[in-house]
Design a binder for this molecule. Structure first.
Ligand code: GRF
Length: 199
């Protein structure tokens, strides 16, 4: 299966996918990496691996809709079976969802529906929960609201800071992403009694 990965940051999830995809038995390969900003480590990781990259920054377009159209077109050019938001910090628009809504997944660093948004670990710590974790889900038009594919939990320790909890979540999150994307493209996945197949 062909994967396009969208990123905004350090690209550790991307790196984990690239490692896994070296094994042909994994069943998926990263065919392109897109970002919403330049100068991020994730783009270096892609370039070093010889993967084509593109950058669509919102401010390079007159309107948010124009940005959404450009992103949709650039992703479509790589004919992905699955699009993965791996730390991509932009909400896509209607055109993108019309094109990829049934095959666009995101990994979020909290146990949804708790703590959506960009500060999952911080919000979990502030609330005082004893379990935190990560959620892989199909993206819909809401913020972190789509159908859940898988979740993994990690303990919150008494002496955790935002940094230590974030790092513990990321380790579990990466393993989940790699494992679940592989199983999704090889075997399909059952969500709410419905079997989802990619492609
Ligand atoms: C992930 O923990 C994701 O949940 C959050 O940002 C992180 C992405 O990290 N939104 P990376 O860029 O893959 O290292």
């Amino acid at each position: 299966a062909r994967l396009v990965v969208l990123i905004s940051g350090s690209g550790s999830n991307l790196q984990a996918l690239l490692e896994a995809a070296k094994d042909p038995a994994y069943g998926a390969e990263v065919v392109a990496v897109g970002a919403d900003r330049d100068g991020i480590a994730g783009l270096e990781i892609a370039a070093e691996a010889g993967i084509p990259t593109f950058v669509d920054s919102v401010k390079a377009y007159p309107t948010r809709d124009d940005w959404d159209a450009a992103l949709t077109e650039h992703v479509a050019a790589y004919r992905p079976d699955l699009v993965i938001s791996a730390g991509f910090l932009k909400l896509v628009g209607k055109q993108f969802l019309d094109a990829f809504g049934d095959r666009y997944v995101n990994t979020h660093n909290a146990l949804l529906p708790s703590f959506p948004g960009i500060h999952g670990p911080r919000d979990a710590l502030a609330y005082g929960v004893k379990l935190a974790g990560a959620t892989l889900f199909f993206v819909d038009a809401g913020v972190d609201t789509g159908p859940i594919i898988a979740q993994v939990s990690v303990p919150v320790l008494d002496d955790d800071t935002e940094e230590t909890l974030t790092e513990r979540i990321k380790v579990a999150e990466r393993a989940q992403l790699v494992d679940c994307v592989g199983r999704l493209v090889r075997d399909g996945w059952t969500i709410k009694n419905r079997k989802v197949r990619i492609p």
